[in-house]
Design a protein around this ligand. Structure first.
Ligand SMILES: [Zn+2]
Ligand SMILES: [Zn+2]
Length: 157
């Protein structure tokens, strides 16, 4: 008989290694897996047991919080962040959909991956501010602030 510490439930080994303050996508932050990752950036965790079976962390998070992944479906990262385990950023899609979405320029719904503000300024490190969980374009915000000092005369919309 083997002895040793009782195996802790997977939740207890999983959540402490999740950083819930990742980059904001569509108003909610990415939950970044801080543990082992494969070379594509997907998180991996051992399910424990003598087999040492590994599972993908985003699948685990989805199953813990949402429920079983429908048969034949795989999880697509809507936020395009492979280490993200936030179920709000995951969508169960068929394999072919996932492949299609993965190809650059073939994204069906470009609105779901916003890289620029409506005026075309990039949401990059320097031009992005976070206000109550939302991404704000710094350039546009500055423009709005400047306008506030001006009189309403001549300003439309
Ligand atoms: Zn995410
Ligand atoms: Zn802008």
């Amino acid at each position: 008989m083997k002895k040793g510490p009782k195996r802790r439930p997977i939740e207890e080994r999983f959540w402490p290694r999740v950083d819930k303050s990742g980059p904001i996508w569509e108003g909610t932050p990415c939950w970044l897996w801080m543990g082992n990752k494969d070379k594509l950036g997907y998180g991996r965790i051992s399910l424990g047991g003598w087999e040492g079976k590994l599972t993908l962390t985003h699948r685990l998070a989805y199953e813990l919080l949402i429920g079983p992944i429908p048969e034949g479906k795989e999880l697509d990262h809507l936020c395009r962040n492979p280490s993200c385990v936030n179920p709000a950023h995951l969508e169960a899609v068929s394999h072919s959909t996932n492949l299609k979405r993965g190809l650059p320029g073939k994204i069906k719904n470009p609105q779901s991956v916003k890289t620029h503000c409506p005026k075309g300024h990039p949401y990059d490190l320097f031009n992005t501010v976070f206000e109550s969980g939302r991404r704000i374009c710094r350039t546009c915000r500055n423009t709005r602030r400047r306008k506030r000092y001006q009189t309403r005369v001549g300003t439309k919309g």
